[in-house]
Ligand binder design. Sequence first.
Ligand code: ZN
Length: 237
Amino acid sequence: MKITVWNENQHEKETPLICELYPGGLHEYIAGFLKDADVEVRTATLDDDECGLTEEVLADTDVLIWWGHMAHDRVPDEIVDRVQKAILSGMGLIVLHSGHHSKIFRRMLGTTCNLKWRDHARERIWTIKPNHPITQGVPETFVLDPEEMYGEPFDIAEPEEVLFLGWFNGGEVFRSGCTWKRGNGKIFYFQPGHETNTSFQNPIVQKIIKNAVRWACPIQKNIELTCPEFQPLENES
Ligand code: ZN
């Protein structure tokens, strides 16, 4: 299985705390806990040539993980087109936290993906679909403190499955883990992961992301997307 972890890697340049929490930046930290015997992980960032997402990289990626926040609009539309095509052709996509406003997530869902937000909250997450590949080994409920509050209404296309519900100590609620299918590709959105909090160090959060990568991994990728005129196979009159 081949994973590409994409991070815009911009906050890391301005806020040294992030690299204290996550050495090498969010992408290197996430890549680090995903590495396993049968998982090959590469990283890519906004500053790389073509955002690190060349045709070759995408053709060689089973699942793309996306973290972005302050520089969504600096991802060129041609890269978004390319990633969208890869997803429709079978590549899995996992969007983390503030990636809700990324061009690629909005493109795939077709909605604003707006939500309410406030940093420095305490979150209790509930696992509401225990019989799902992404929730295996995940407790029924767990707490992230602190985590950024993301609140409903979350303007997303109706999810195929809601796996996790978040409740915050301000009283807000949120669909914290949702899945969709688009074309031949699977998509998972997971809400925790504010850059100055420690959620990615949490073993339960890591478990969920590891499960999600396996769930989103395609049986077949790079499926050709065509729309041919088709001649009949039978000629019964
Ligand atoms: Zn955030």
